[in-house]
Design a protein around this ligand. Structure first.
Ligand SMILES: *Cc1c(COP(=O)(O)O)cnc(C)c1O
Length: 369
């Protein structure tokens, strides 16, 4: 038996043919940039996320840059980000000319806490906080952090690249955010077949500014009200995702089932499984366990010997990256992000993993000596 870490090619019956038929239609109609599929996808993802305004864009990193720009983050403004996230979060802040300051995360929840955000606001006087929700969960202190930012007059942007379909208090995480972004990178829970992203706003004016930024700052065809760039969503990706959306419930159910089985059935004392907070419904993006850092390398060798794929998302803190030098504006660190980077192990998890594969992983890990 060989179980990959991820297999994104386990499509539903009929999915491939439906996508190919849609692609043929786009080519026949010459809908290469723009066309009806974009608006249809934006409407569908708006409904799905229960958000007020939803815009498609080129990728998840652009989505963060667009959200920061539309929300009024300017050159040299400070933006707080968690020290444990994907590097795109850091890059997006730098690429809009702002200055990232990293905040440590909790060893227990792996996310920011309201206390640390409060300390960060007092220490750095930032323009914005970029709250990142990882692993298909929501940051457990989301509600408190939203309240804190409102009270402090700090703009809050939520990076939901891994959190499409994640619920908090029974409601859409994206839909309850003031400003949220996502990625439709193929390996994400709702994946395109190439790069794509989304930006979500509560405020109509900010959404309109963002739409302008996405399309060269255009206010009419050759009149440019802002300096934006070309971050348009492709028509083909929009069509592909319209089809994928029809199957999202089944894909999410399948992933959540895998995560739940690992948490319930793997009892090996070397692994401590972590899950979403009690008021959060995960989307099953990743299975997460932590190990004492010294025990992880031999365990990884064991997984390799059993042909079991694995991840360690993410293997380095942002403030430790060589690329952070010269850009980072400050940090609050108790060493937790670095500890997490050396401790997390992700077991195989993807939509339509079969029960034999889950059983194989569970039994192998439980028998690990
Ligand atoms: C994937 C991801 C991004 C970037 O998305 P791309 O579409 O790859 O640009 C940003 N933030 C987080 C947390 C992500 O997981």
């Amino acid at each position: 038996m060989k179980v990959p870490f991820i297999d994104i090619l386990r499509y539903e019956a009929g999915f491939y043919d439906a996508v190919v038929a849609k692609a043929a239609e786009l080519i026949r109609n010459g809908h290469f940039a723009g066309g009806p599929a974009i608006g249809q996808f934006e409407q569908a993802i708006k409904d799905r996320t229960q958000s007020a305004h939803a815009l498609g864009c080129a990728n998840g990193t652009d989505a963060i840059q667009l959200a920061l720009r539309a929300a009024g983050v300017n050159k040299d403004d400070k933006v707080l980000i968690p020290d444990m996230t994907f590097w795109a979060t850091f890059e997006a802040v730098v690429n809009v000319g702002a200055v990232p300051c990293t905040l440590d995360v909790s060893r227990e929840t792996l996310h920011l806490t309201a206390d640390t955000v409060k300390r960060g606001i007092e220490t750095f006087r930032p323009k914005a906080v970029l709250l990142v929700h990882l692993y298909g969960w929501a940051c457990p202190e989301t509600v408190a952090i939203r309240k804190l930012c409102t009270e402090s007059g700090v703009t809050l942007v939520e990076d939901c690249a891994q959190a499409i379909d994640t619920l908090i208090d029974g409601q859409s995480l994206i839909g309850t955010a003031t400003v949220a972004t996502t990625s439709f990178y193929p390996a994400k829970v709702l994946g395109a077949s190439g790069d794509a992203g989304g930006v979500f706003f509560r405020d109509a004016k900010v959404a309109e500014a963002c739409r302008t930024l996405i399309n060269h700052g255009r206010i009419s065809h050759y009149e440019h009200g802002l300096v934006g760039w070309n971050s348009r969503l492709g028509a083909y990706e929009a069509s592909f995702m319209l089809e994928a959306l029809k199957h999202l419930d089944a894909r999410v159910d399948s992933r959540r089932g895998v995560c739940a089985q690992y948490r319930e059935r793997i009892t090996h004392p070397a692994l401590t499984f972590i899950g979403p907070a009690a008021n959060v419904r995960e989307n099953g993006y990743l299975s997460v366990a932590v190990m004492q850092p010294s025990t992880r390398p031999p365990f990884i060798e064991f997984l390799k010997s059993k042909n079991i794929g694995y991840g360690s998302v993410y293997p380095g803190a942002m403030s430790d990256q060589p690329g952070a030098t010269g850009y980072i504006g400050g940090k609050i660190s108790d060493g937790n992000a670095t500890w997490i980077a050396n401790s997390v192990i992700n077991l195989p998890c993807f939509a339509y993993m079969i029960q034999d594969e889950v059983d194989y992983v569970v039994e192998a890990v439980n028998a690990y000596k």
